[in-house]
Design a protein around this ligand. Structure first.
Ligand SMILES: *Cc1c(COP(=O)(O)O)cnc(C)c1O
Length: 818
């Protein structure tokens, strides 16, 4: 690669002439005054992160250059969320710089772990969906795939959760305030994204009709690139995050007319687009700003991709679909479908048919949920105002597609209404999932059961029409972050036992099964888990003031707080244990530490009340001396990626207890399994595949399956169920008595009412007895430490298929075909 090439392709990236060793760069930065005060640890972190970035710079440029010039298919992963967490530790691991970094900072009064802890989490996501995108980027880089992540550089990420008097309090997450050492601004890649205005048309010299979108208010999309290093393979992929900036002309005109304040307010309107991440997990609320975010991401990313294409190939798009694919992470970026049509037709003068052929061969859609409230629909009136040209295109796509539907089901006009992209019942709206399915060559669910439920339920009509589009890709998690990095003790044992290959080929963990009867190995395994529990105990003590004890069973449920995930079932079980202990029924009781953590969407009242209940029950449990030998209960505030890195290595029992048929896949379940936790769970999402992989004797299964949930729906009578269970009756009586809310009478009424209501969609009461008995089985199993350890090893050993490497291999071979 010559310097000229580099200048042309990467003028934005600072050129790295020297490839100084990490130590030299670090010294230079520290000496050159980056460290303002002597020995300020944050400055050391910053200097180290910048040095690590510089180490990647050469490979980063080369990767971009080679990908651009190879006739290889380019994948764009479009996602409104990337829940990256911290970057330093992961980069040091992937680049094999851990030892060097430790050496370098050993001369100062800090250690590497302390520096790593100073990095602010990049919380640009809500939960599983955003974290999946982050795991996928890691796997793609590790597997040498040319994949670019496209997202939004939110100024404020996922809120910080504080707990005050048991209630969730949200604080703005100003994650960029200390500076962000990882990104590189790439102003040469700026693009303009239009909003508002009106559509028109004109006929050119050759008599061709052209559509136009005029009088738009444009917003500049500025590219911020974050490096994504592969595992010791010299590939550095790119996560390109867009930030909104007002155009310069924007304010000047009005400024000259003396409307200074109006002008500044206008500027804010443009820059507002990328200000804040919407903190709703599994639900959408039709806010205009959210739609503007979605269009901003989709348009900027597609323009970027087309610009790169045109720079190299000119305006010949005949090969475009063969060399490009866009993976849509849920329907959030589904507006990319009409946007690609618009750009090809209005910017590059392609005809409809040509543009459509390209679009339908480049788009692939991943569905993430079966919850009806999470299926995005946008009011037509909103499109009319904000995106008029896009609305025209959606109408045209729909008209042409409905002809196909009419042809396929002659005379069945019902089908047209049911399957139309435009829903005309009530206020007309656009069904984004239908738009995505119609335009995609691939539609995938994220676990076996989920895909099956999609094709037999929600999307059945589409499956009948286009069975070949549908496929399953069970989620996975990256073993670099979730095992090698977060569990260094276990990682060292694995290296020592199996060699280091498991990090890139997780199926090698199967080799652990040869050691199931090696008592020395079992002993070591147990010791490692215990040490990890000691570490977590310190964190819980510091954050919650609750004393966990490492010899007790660590029973953990951490994930977004949502009724379908049934944290409530878990809390009811804690209350049951509390009552047993009060009654003195403690023979053979296994001492437990129960941990719950997770954020509730700020507008989700029931989820917030569940947090309050957890905290109030914890307060009663932990302050009752009788409980001390048997039960501890803590709610850890501000669950995020960094918290999970400490939690999953220390967990004995992983709670995956959603109402069957509601959890699309889950990925927390996989992180726990990899780290040797046993699962107590329902037949839901990827739990089913976990159970199959590890075997029924190593998984505590309980509750109704998805069919039984459906069957019970119409004749659910929780009051009868409660009457038949003395344990559940006692739990509810105590809850009703106000025992957990003496100072705030009545606050838990909505929870009690939900449990006893025949309309409870989550059917908490129905699964309580089965859950309680499964928990007894957990306790009985835990009493035999040898057996428990064997089951723990088997869980880790069987977790190979839940590496996101396996998931990405399937996307690569079956969807992207690169
Ligand atoms: C893995 C992960 C999730 C997803 O957890 P589920 O149990 O699958 O819902 C959510 N948030 C964070 C921070 C995670 O690391």
């Amino acid at each position: 690669m010559t310097k000229e090439h580099v200048e042309g392709e990467f003028a934005d990236y600072p050129y790295c002439n020297s490839c100084d060793p990490l130590a030299a760069t670090f010294q230079r930065l520290v000496v050159n005054g980056l460290c303002r005060e002597e020995n300020n640890p944050y400055d050391f972190f910053h200097a180290l992160a910048l040095s690590v970035k510089e180490q990647m710079m050469h490979d980063w440029r080369r990767t971009r250059y080679q990908d651009r010039h190879a006739e290889r298919k380019q994948v764009a992963y479009l996602s409104l969320e990337f829940l990256m967490g911290r970057a330093l530790g992961n980069a040091l691991l992937n680049l094999d710089l851990e030892e060097e970094a430790k050496q370098i900072i050993s001369q100062y009064q800090v250690n590497l772990a302390q520096l790593e802890a100073l990095e602010h989490d990049a919380g640009l996501g809500n939960g599983g969906l955003g974290r999946l995108a982050a795991c996928f980027l890691d796997s793609c880089a590790c597997m040498d795939l040319s994949v670019t992540g496209y997202g939004i550089r939110y100024e404020y990420g996922m809120f910080t959760q504080k707990i005050i008097n048991g209630y969730q309090i949200e604080q703005a997450d100003r994650w960029l305030k200390g500076g962000h050492p990882w990104d590189v601004i790439a102003p040469n890649h700026n693009v303009l994204v239009p909003f508002y205005g009106r559509t028109g048309s004109h006929v050119d010299h050759d008599g061709c009709l052209h559509h136009t979108w005029v009088d738009t208010q444009d917003v500049i999309a500025v590219a911020y690139d974050v490096p994504v290093p592969g595992y010791r393979n010299h590939r550095v992929n790119t996560l390109r995050l867009w930030k909104a900036q007002a155009t310069e002309g924007f304010d000047l005109e009005e400024f000259n007319q003396g409307d200074y304040t109006e002008a500044v307010a206008h500027k804010n309107l443009a820059e507002q687009i990328t200000m804040v991440l919407y903190p709703n997990d599994s639900s959408e609320n039709g806010k205009e700003l959210r739609l503007r975010q979605q269009y901003f991401l989709s348009s900027a990313s597609l323009q970027d991709i087309l610009n790169a294409w045109v720079r190299r190939k000119g305006a010949d798009f005949s090969e475009f679909a063969r060399l490009n694919v866009m993976q849509l992470n849920d329907t959030h970026p589904a507006i990319a479908v009409p946007e690609l049509m618009r750009l090809l037709m209005d910017h590059y003068s392609l005809g409809w048919d040509e543009a459509w052929e390209i679009t339908r061969h480049t788009m692939a859609y991943t569905n993430h949920t079966l919850l009806p409230e999470a299926l995005e629909c946008w009011p037509v009136r909103m499109f009319e105002c904000i995106l008029p040209r896009i609305l025209d295109i959606v109408y045209e796509i729909n008209a042409r597609y409905l002809k196909l539907v009419a042809h396929h089901w002659p005379g069945e006009t019902d089908k047209l209404t049911q399957m139309s992209i435009i829903n005309n019942e009530g206020e007309p709206s656009i069904r984004m999932a239908y738009l995505a399915i119609v335009a995609s060559f691939s539609v995938n669910g994220v676990a076996g059961l989920h895909t099956q439920l999609l094709t037999s339920g929600l999307f059945k009509n589409f499956y009948d029409l286009w069975p070949e589009k549908f496929n399953n890709k069970t989620n996975g998690v990256t073993p670099r972050r979730w095992l090698a990095y977060s569990n260094p003790r276990l990682s060292a044992l694995l290296n020592q036992t199996l060699g280091g290959q498991w990090i890139e080929d997780l199926n090698q963990l199967e080799g652990l099964k040869a050691f199931l009867n090696d008592s020395e190995f079992l002993q070591e395994w147990r010791q490692i888990k215990r040490q990890n529990k000691v570490d977590l105990t310190q964190l819980i003590k510091k954050e919650c003031g609750v004393e966990f004890a490492p010899d007790m069973l660590f029973d953990v449920q951490v994930k977004r707080i949502h009724e379908y995930k049934r944290q409530l079932l878990n809390i009811l079980h804690v209350i049951h244990l509390y009552q047993e202990i009060l009654k003195g029924n403690v023979d053979n009781m296994v001492p437990r530490c129960v941990l719950i953590a997770g954020k509730a969407a700020p507008g989700y009242a029931m989820a917030k009340l569940i947090i309050k209940l957890a905290n109030n029950v914890a307060e009663m449990v932990n302050s009752e001396p009788l409980m001390k030998p048997y039960l501890r209960f803590a709610f850890l505030p501000n669950y995020n990626v960094s918290a999970m890195e400490k939690i999953c290595p220390a967990t004995d029992l992983s709670e995956q207890i959603s109402t069957a048929g509601k959890e699309a896949s889950g990925t927390g379940n996989m992180k726990f399994m990899m780290n040797g936790a046993l699962t107590i769970g329902t037949l839901d999402g990827a739990n089913i595949e976990i159970l199959e992989a590890v075997g029924g004797d190593a998984f505590f299964l309980f509750g109704m399956n998805a069919n039984e949930v459906l069957d019970l729906r119409n004749h659910y009578q929780p009051k009868q169920i409660i009457a038949q269970s003395p344990e559940l009756s006692d739990v509810l009586s105590l809850l009703k008595s106000g025992h957990f809310n003496l100072l705030e009478p009545g606050i838990f009424e909505p929870i009690i009412n939900a449990i006893v209501s025949g309309n409870d969609p989550w059917m908490t009461a129905a699964d309580f007895e089965s859950f309680r008995l499964a928990q007894q089985e957990v306790a009985d199993t835990y009493l035999d430490q040898e057996q428990w350890t064997q089951l723990s090893i088997r869980n880790t050993a069987s977790s190979g298929c839940f590496s996101s490497d396996a998931t990405i291999a399937a996307y690569r071979d079956e969807i992207w075909q690169v």
